[in-house]
Design a protein around this ligand. Structure first.
Ligand code: F6R
Length: 240
């Protein structure tokens, strides 16, 4: 694991965006694995600025998102579909047919995991962006998830629902389920960047880097990946 220690959130976002920009420059047809949540917002902002400066184009980039809530539809303001269009896709020249966000249509629930997984397995992700939950989840692979899992439907951990309550009016409104790439899908990526900022991530970061590899702390599996870069600010790294 390569660890880049940054001063603050701005710095984390800057370092991460430099790596993504470099990836797209080296291979304009890159396959990117994308995360949502608060952490990558400024990274996406920096990528949009690089696009506006004509430094990079997303015309031939392929994207696969890590996860999506189940129980709210794509039109809901907090769906990850809306998030991705708001922060990146509607602001750059992404080709719509190259965008993949797990379908959360409850009428097709039996098929959606299989379809997303099949689609995902047609490619290898060149660069996967990850955040980390305060409980050590990556994607929505909650503590206890088998490392062998591929795309699946997960019942969200109480901690994750509480952490994400800030995006909804009440805890009751936070979805209870999600569709997520499994650990096995994430581990197939050629390169991984994990970003973390803030004191609430410090424990998970410490256990991910210094703890034993265990399904109880899903991010700990990254110790076994050959090309992982952890980009953290002072607070997230304060227990190292
Ligand atoms: C989001 C995702 C999650 C988040 C994690 C941290 O697509 O897969 O693992 O990265 O919950 O969320 P934030 O960045 O909001 O603290």
């Amino acid at each position: 694991m390569k660890i880049i220690k940054c001063t603050d959130y701005e710095d984390v976002s800057q370092k991460a965006s430099e790596l993504v920009i470099q990836q797209i420059k080296i291979n304009p047809k890159s396959v990117l694995g994308l995360a949502t949540g608060s952490t990558p917002i400024k990274l996406y902002d920096n990528l949009v600025k690089a696009y506006q400066r004509k430094e990079i184009s997303f015309k031939n980039v392929l994207s696969y998102n890590l996860d999506e809530y189940i129980g709210i539809n794509r039109e809901h303001s907090q769906s990850y579909y809306q998030y991705m269009y708001k922060h990146l896709f509607s602001l750059v020249d992404m080709n719509k047919k190259n965008i993949h966000i797990p379908n959360n249509d409850e009428k097709q629930i039996d098929k959606i995991t299989q379809l997303y997984n099949e689609d995902l397995n047609k490619h290898q992700i060149d660069l996967q962006i990850l955040g980390i939950g305060s409980n050590g989840h990556i994607g929505f692979n909650e503590p206890g998830t088998p490392f062998e899992n591929e795309t699946f439907i997960v019942e969200l951990d109480e901690q994750t629902r509480k952490d994400n309550k800030r995006f909804f009016k009440s805890l009751d409104e936070v979805p209870k389920y999600a569709i997520t790439m499994g650990i096995k899908n994430i581990m197939r990526s050629k390169k991984i960047i994990l970003m973390a900022s803030g004191i609430e991530k410090a424990n998970a970061i410490h256990k991910m880097i210094n703890g034993t590899v265990t399904e109880d702390l899903p991010a700990s599996i990254l110790q076994r990946h050959p090309d992982v870069t952890i980009i953290i600010d002072q607070l997230a790294g304060s227990k190292l």
